[in-house]
Ligand binder design. Structure first.
Ligand SMILES: [Fe+2]
Ligand SMILES: [Fe+2]
Length: 277
């Protein structure tokens, strides 16, 4: 881990890190969102261009940043401090345990509980030094028209791709029903973690991780013209999962140490001891 990058994050971004997802606790009420959320999306929408996404993919893929276990990544995630969280002192992994425990209590399959347990681990991009607008927040396709159903879509006016008429056609660089696998999404923790875990999870779990922040699709039903049959079959799983991601903040306090053995077993069932990140 680069301690220099971490120091910057803790001091500069610390107070607003993960603000966009923290806001989701309030059921995604963006009309009354605080100024820092608005500013977050302004930067996000201005900078997430097709060229930016392709550059990030070249930087991180094939995976070569480090080799480590799922538990090493959890420890790394926990080095981040979210000072905007009212439950200051809770580790970042607390949300992972909460999401997974909500799934477990409802008797969901083991692979889905595991998906919940790891789904935000890609946020370690922030530990590598990525600005938060390239880590968290809602995701959307680049290389074709930006939907006006995306939160704060007015800020796409600041995005250079908006001045390229071809990139703002309905299909842009894509073909009808080409499948999401051929679509470049705005860069963030979803795509990054997908690349890390895709060979170890059932396709439903991998799909959930890759598109859990794609609210324009799973909440607003935008971009359906890009889906193939496989995507359409997987979409209900994504919608099912997202209820747990948003609303899993329970009153009940979790004892993470007590829960750990269950999750150690679950992680070992699906993942090798060390993975490429
Ligand atoms: Fe997330
Ligand atoms: Fe989450």
């Amino acid at each position: 881990m680069r301690s220099f990058a971490l120091t910057i994050i803790l001091t500069v971004f610390g107070s607003v890190l993960f603000a966009s997802e923290t806001e989701q606790k309030d059921y995604r009420d963006y009309q009354h969102a605080e100024e820092h959320v608005r500013l977050f999306y302004k930067e996000n929408h201005a900078n997430q261009t097709l060229a930016f996404v392709l550059a990030k993919k070249e930087q991180y893929l094939p995976l070569r940043t480090c080799r480590m276990s799922i538990w090493d990544a959890i420890k790394m995630l926990d080095t981040l401090v979210d000072e905007s969280d009212p439950d200051l002192g809770l580790p970042q992994s607390y949300h992972l345990f909460q999401t997974a425990e909500a799934l477990r209590k409802d008797g969901q399959p083991r692979w889905l509980i595991l998906t919940g347990f790891i789904h935000d681990l890609g946020k370690i991009l922030a530990v590598y030094g990525e600005p938060q607008w390239a880590v968290v927040g809602d995701t959307f396709p680049v290389g074709c028209a930006y939907s006006d159903k995306i939160v704060f879509s007015e800020y796409f006016a600041l995005n250079p791709d908006c001045r390229d008429a071809f990139l703002q056609t309905k299909y842009g660089i894509y073909q009808p029903k080409c499948g999401l696998n051929h679509v470049h999404m705005s860069w963030g923790h979803d795509e990054y973690l997908y690349q890390v875990v895709k060979d170890y999870l059932p396709e439903e779990g991998a799909f959930i991780i890759r598109y859990h922040s794609f609210y324009a699709l799973h909440k607003e039903s935008e971009y359906e013209h890009l889906l193939n049959e496989q995507d359409k079959n997987l979409l209900p799983w994504l919608q099912h999962f997202c209820k747990y991601d948003l609303y899993s903040k329970s009153e009940e306090k979790l004892d993470l140490e007590e829960l750990k053995p269950y999750y150690e077993n679950l992680v070992a069932e699906f993942f090798p001891s060390v993975l490429d990140w």
